[in-house]
Design a protein around this ligand. Structure first.
Ligand code: ASP
Length: 317
């Protein structure tokens, strides 16, 4: 018998203060979240695979300038872009990832290609760009990823670094990420995450996003999660895997397991953190401990919800 389906996404927990964008810009951000959800829903509602759904959802957010992934990604201290992404299939525990890539238009597609068309889990840097090119994926100039908003954020962070006020920088100035998790009719879970990392990050820095078990994890029968927040702490806490372990071995409840990471384990380091999560029954959950987190979901009831701060906007899928 066909089971429930669901999709849950995030566009990073580094959401700007409401006053910093116009209502039209917020509306466009929400429209892009809705488009991401619909891309996934088109797959899931026809009986398609969770893996295809999460990839489709992430591609839409990578192509949007509103999120820190693909076009609109954060800049390194050298004013370049180095992107990270990973994808995981909860059915097989297959996973693929790329890190510090500079020319792949949609890094999530490269992560999927690593999973399905190589013997590796993670390919880095120029070699990953070359791999993607050989796989026929779209290749762009590094400047394709640049937007004015990220240039402004980089300039502001450099000023703060000089004046010693870096700790006061907002979450939004610093980071963001996109991610998607899904459950398909066959009961398969999948997770995908893509990011530009941190504004002003050192060249060569790799965060949690391409590290399976840190920023991304999926296990059938248990949970699929995609994280956002300062990746160093997600890596040190094996954060995404920890949620699955709490549920699988500890038999902890779904939402309590995600909350434990967001409001306790990660928060204890004084960092902003959030997750998009879905369990094996199709329950969706997207908690965060910052000012806001771009997010959305469609559960089995077919109701589409998007939000950037506390207010949630619902419509039919
Ligand atoms: N997790 C990302 C990283 O550390 C950044 C973020 O989600 O804000 O690269």
């Amino acid at each position: 018998m066909a089971g429930p389906i669901g999709i849950c996404i995030h566009g990073g927990c580094g959401t700007l203060d409401k006053s910093l964008l116009t209502p039209a810009e917020w509306a466009e951000t929400r429209a892009h979240l809705a488009a991401s959800l619909r891309a996934a829903w088109a797959v899931l509602s026809k009986g398609g695979k969770a893996l295809d759904a999460v990839e489709a959802a992430v591609v839409v957010m990578e192509d949007s300038p509103h999120f820190n992934a693909g076009h609109g990604a954060a800049l390194t201290a050298a004013s370049t872009h180095e992107l990270d992404a990973s994808i995981m299939d909860g059915a097989t525990k297959g996973a693929g990832a790329v890190c510090t890539v500079k020319r792949i238009r949609n890094p999530i597609k490269a992560a999927r290609a690593v999973m399905e068309r190589s013997d590796c889990v993670l390919i880095a840097g120029d070699a990953a760009d070359e791999f993607a090119k050989r796989q026929g994926l779209a290749i762009v100039e590094n400047s394709y990823f640049t937007t004015q908003r990220r240039l402004d954020a980089l300039a502001s962070l450099k000023r703060r670094a000089e004046s010693g006020t870096l700790r006061a920088a907002s979450e939004a100035e610093r980071h963001g990420t996109v991610g998607a998790v899904a459950l398909d009719r066959a009961g398969n879970l999948a997770a995908a995450t893509s990011t530009g990392g941190f504004n002003n990050k050192p060249v060569g820095r790799v965060g949690d996003t391409p590290i399976v078990g840190a920023g991304t994890y999926a296990r059938n029968g248990v949970v699929a999660v995609s994280g956002t927040g300062q990746g160093e702490f997600f890596i040190r806490n094996a954060a995404a895997y920890d949620i699955a372990a709490r549920m699988d071995y500890g038999k902890h409840e779904f939402k309590a397991s995600v909350d434990a990471l967001v409001f306790d384990v990660l928060k204890s380091h004084g960092i902003g953190a959030g997750f998009a999560a879905i369990d094996a029954k199709g329950q969706v959950y997207a908690p965060y401990n910052t000012l806001g987190m771009a997010r959305g979901w469609i559960g089995d009831d077919g109701r589409l919800v998007v939000a950037t701060h506390t207010e949630e906007f619902a419509e039919a899928a």
